[in-house]
Design a protein around this ligand. Structure first.
Ligand SMILES: [Zn+2]
Length: 75
């Protein structure tokens, strides 16, 4: 079985499909897309996901996961 290490993903910027492992600008397809995205970060068009963007359900899942992890080293 010869499986090539390829994974086609879509560029989050231009939605172009490309091979993930062939792009040195991943997760973007090209340097231009990467630059544009960085530019957006700098101008704060993008926001880091915060609690305000989470629904109550999401928060519950996060809390549950946290609790699950905490019980591991107890006792
Ligand atoms: Zn792109």
């Amino acid at each position: 079985m010869t499986e090539k290490r390829t994974m086609n993903v879509r560029c989050p910027k231009c939605n172009e499909s490309f091979s993930y492992y062939s792009s040195e600008f991943r997760p973007f397809c090209s340097e231009r897309c990467k630059q544009v995205d960085l530019g957006n970060w700098f101008t704060e068009n993008y926001r880091v996901p915060s609690k305000e963007n989470l629904s109550e359900d999401d928060i519950e899942v996060v809390l549950k996961n946290l609790n699950d992890g905490d019980t591991e080293y107890e006792d």
